[in-house]
Design a protein around this ligand. Structure first.
Ligand code: HEM
Length: 421
């Protein structure tokens, strides 16, 4: 592990995916950057460098000026040059659009993700959680399993697939696509070991699949997101095919990978902080603040970029038009200027002004859905989980873009049936 106190600032490794796979998020390096150089330039071997933004106030300031600091040119920092999606306009979706298009394109889906619309999904989320937990519970004996495969992944996947209108027999495909795109830096998930080129192959498969589904829904609309977007208009015209298919892609990837990682990271934090787990068991009503703390603590989306449209000076650094800022949400969420004891996991933390879902123009479209899924899942776990511990090492994804566990082996005992669920 790097000795972050003795190396130079330029030597700090804040983006190498191997560092993330081995040690998790580089909190010690970020702590030093927040203190000594909150806007700091890093070179990327064989790629384009970036300014690392590590303080919460700066992430907010940049995110709230979407015309000055734009998303279009660069989605995020990828050490190996990055996936073709987003960079070569193979995909055109909300995350790489800027005003005024961004707002126009966000409107058609927005109605599906309001707090009221999402609260209507609650019975379905309850049902899926209960069924998955019943299956995990067996006869209430002590068992072993992989929390990611048994609960975190199938819950988020089934809720989203159902909202999109994807038939059940195709859910496995969706799972593979999301892993291959979001986990593009991890050899385990790369399509045919093809690295970032494999992302293009996966994107094509996903596009072909959704093009067919959209055709069906154009002819016979149903109560699902694919029908709504397929039949929506932007600037008074039907949504063009590239933008329509890209919409499905971003929902599938953003909706699965992130919430899954918050769930596994949240359970891990509870295992490592038994006193906090006890608080939740004693009072499952605090699940709302527990979920906010889980999102702050895990920050499943580590970073996204903004590109400057002008020359400027920031914290004494000369920024040129076209330079990229890498907004490290996970660092902002440990900023000692905003969080009391930032490196402690406290499920009753209030206030909790975390940026786990971003802020401003691109604030997470799915935040209400993610919160619902996490609340339901952790309330059920608080009520039913009598015992839990790690049964092996947590295997982290090799990615500095989305942080999370690929596998989390646990030994546990779950009550056979939920009480009062
Ligand atoms: C714990 C779970 C989640 C986390 C931590 C998370 C995090 C984020 C973050 C940080 C952004 C902002 C990106 C930026 O500022 O450039 C974002 C945007 C977005 N998220 Fe999420 N997300 C989560 C769950 C979801 C879910 C469940 C969905 C959809 C079903 C979703 C869909 C989106 C979309 C479409 C955007 C782009 C919004 C825009 O550009 O206007 N996310 N998310």
């Amino acid at each position: 592990m790097q000795d972050v106190s003795s190396c130079s600032l330029d030597e700090l490794d804040v983006i190498g995916p191997d560092t993330y796979a081995a040690n998790g998020y580089p909190h010690a390096a970020w702590r030093r950057l927040r203190r000594e150089s909150p806007i700091h330039w890093f070179d990327v071997p064989g790629g384009t460098g970036f300014f690392a933004v590590t303080r919460r106030a700066d992430v907010v300031w940049l995110s709230k000026q979407p015309e000055r600091f734009i998303n279009g040119p660069r989605l995020a920092v990828f050490e190996e040059g990055g996936p073709v999606v987003g960079e070569r306009r193979m995909v055109r979706q909300l995350l790489n659009m800027d005003p005024p298009d961004h707002g126009e394109y966000r409107k058609p889906a927005a109605g599906w993700f309001t707090p009221r619309a999402i609260s209507r999904r609650a019975p379905e989320v309850e049902r899926i959680s209960r069924e998955l937990l019943d299956e995990m519970a067996g006869d209430g004996e002590t068992r072993e399993g992989d929390f990611v495969a048994d609960l975190a992944a199938p819950l988020t996947l089934s809720v989203l697939a159902d909202m999109l209108g994807v038939p059940r027999e195709d859910w496995k495909k969706m799972f593979r696509w999301t892993n291959q795109i979001a986990g593009a830096s991890d050899p385990e998930f790369q399509a045919d070991g093809a690295g970032f080129a494999g992302v293009e192959q996966t994107r094509n498969e996903l596009f072909q699949y959704f093009a067919k589904l959209a055709e069906h829904r154009r002819a016979e609309p149903r109560e699902d997101i694919v029908s709504v977007l397929t039949n929506s208009t932007v600037y008074g015209e039907p949504m063009p095919p590239l933008e329509l298919l890209s919409y499905f892609l971003v929902l599938v990837v953003a909706g699965n990978e992130t919430t899954r990682n918050a769930a596994s990271g949240g359970l891990l934090a509870l295992i490592e902080n038994p006193g906090e787990f006890q608080k939740l068991r004693a009072n499952p009503r605090i699940v709302e603040s527990a979920v906010e703390e889980i999102v702050r603590w895990t920050s499943p989306v580590n970073q996204f970029c903004r590109t400057s449209t002008e020359d400027l000076e920031l914290h004494g650094k000369q920024i040129k038009k076209g330079d990229a800022f890498c907004l490290f949400y996970a660092s902002a969420n440990r900023d000692e200027d905003f969080f009391d004891e930032p490196d402690r996991f406290r499920i009753d933390r209030r206030p909790n002004p975390h940026l786990g879902f971003g802020i401003g123009e691109h604030f997470c479209l799915g935040a209400n859905l993610a919160r619902l899924e996490l609340r339901v899942m952790f309330r059920h776990l608080a009520e039913r989980l009598e015992f839990v511990e790690l049964a092996g090492p947590v295997e982290r994804m090799r990615s500095s873009f989305l942080g999370g566990a690929k596998r989390m082996p646990i030994r546990y005992r779950l009550k056979k049936r939920a009480t009062g669920a």
